[in-house]
Design a protein around this ligand. Structure first.
Ligand SMILES: *Cc1c(COP(=O)(O)O)cnc(C)c1O
Length: 367
């Protein structure tokens, strides 16, 4: 049996009829049909998140870049984010003309430490950018209090966290704005690339809409320095067809995570992710082992895909290194050295999850 790290094929097969129906609803003789598809998904996403507005853009990277640009922060001012993460977060800060400052994660976690944020604030700081890494909500209440106390902007990177809820918090609704990604690997995915910015701020939303459309205010007048990054209308239709299934898929991801936790709970030296009470939607299921690379190779030999997310700290990447600042990153480094993401897509069967668990258990039992 081979089990890929990630696959959309069973999911797409399960909802093939509604995907085809959604795509065939286009009226090719009506030019406005394309715009309506985008607006419809924007309304559905905003309502799903419990926010006022959503603005569809070409990717999650563009969503972050546009969200940061719209805030009109002082050029080159500092944006504090976690040193452990996916490159796009750092790249978007740089593209927006700002300076990333990387701080540590909380111990045994992939989430930005509020204490480390506090310690990193300087006169140059203009924003905090928490990432809800792997689908687990960051300490958003503490972070938003810090942002209020220090008059900083707060932008949530929700690329891995659509649908995450914790108490009365829904991912994407606590900051000035939030960036979402729907690329093919995310847990709400279109067929190639797509993204959105969610905000409750009606002044922001005009700027966000202009920035994704060449900075235009209409009538070929360009008051903003924007880019061309609209959500593709076909992708919008795919996303509209999938959104009603999202909560069911998240609930299945949580069941799989519980099953892994139960199966692997007694494995020596293996660290498991937080339980679902944290609001985790398990975009990725990430475990830790000191012999991580050997474990990955062992799983590969048994036909099981896995992925090292992410082996390099953000400040280490060549385009970022000389244009950022890094604080103490002890916990982030431990994550980069030992984390391994294993399959968690919702269409995995219990038998498959048990098979993966058995191989991991066998590895942990060999010295
Ligand atoms: C995927 C991702 C992005 C970028 O989204 P794209 O749609 O691939 O551009 C940004 N931040 C995080 C945390 C991501 O996982």
């Amino acid at each position: 049996m081979t089990i890929p790290f990630h696959s959309n094929s069973r999911q797409n097969n399960n909802i093939a009829a509604s995907l085809s129906a959604a795509l065939s609803q286009h009226d090719y003789c009506d030019d406005a049909s394309f715009g309506r598809s985008i607006e419809q998904f924007e309304r559905e996403l905003a309502s799903y998140c419990g926010a006022r507005f959503a603005v569809g853009v070409g990717s999650g990277t563009d969503a972050l870049t546009i969200a940061l640009t719209a805030l009109k922060l002082p050029p080159h001012s500092e944006v504090i984010t976690c040193g452990f993460g996916f490159y796009a977060t750092a790249a978007a800060i740089l593209r927006a003309g700002l300076t990333p400052v990387f701080v540590d994660a909380e111990p045994d976690s992939y989430l930005i430490s509020p204490e480390a944020v506090l310690a990193a604030i300087t006169e140059q700081t203009s924003a905090i950018l928490p990432v809800h890494m792997f689908g687990e909500p960051a300490s958003i209440r503490e972070l938003s209090q810090i942002a209020i106390d220090h008059e900083l902007a707060l932008i949530e990177d929700c690329a891995q966290a659509v649908g995450a809820r914790h108490g009365d918090y829904t991912a994407g609704t606590f900051g000035d704005s939030a960036a979402f990604s729907f690329n093919w690997s995310k847990h709400l995915s279109c067929t190639s690339n797509g993204g959105a910015i969610v905000t409750n701020d009606e002044h922001q939303v005009e700027t966000l809409r202009a920035l994704r459309a060449y900075g235009s205010a209409g009538g070929f007048w360009h008051p903003e320095f924007g880019i061309n990054s609209k959500l593709n209308p076909f992708e919008a239709r795919v996303l509209s067809a999938k959104l009603p299934h999202l909560d069911g898929w998240i609930s299945r991801r949580r069941d799989i995570a519980d099953r892994y936790r139960k199966n692997l709970g007694s494995c020596a030296l293996l660290q498991l992710p937080s339980p679902s009470e944290s609001g985790h939607v398990y975009h990725k299921l990430t475990i830790r082992h000191s012999r991580r690379d050997e474990l990955r190779e062992y799983l590969k030999q048994h036909g099981i895909g896995s992925m090292v997310c992410y082996p390099h700290l953000l400040g280490e990447h060549t385009p970022v290194a000389s244009r950022s600042r890094s604080r103490d990153l002890t916990n982030a480094k431990a994550a980069a050295d030992t984390a391994l993401s294993i399959p968690i897509w919702p269409e995995l069967t219990d038998v498959e999850v048990d098979t993966i668990s058995e191989h991991i258990t066998a590895f942990c039992e060999t010295p």
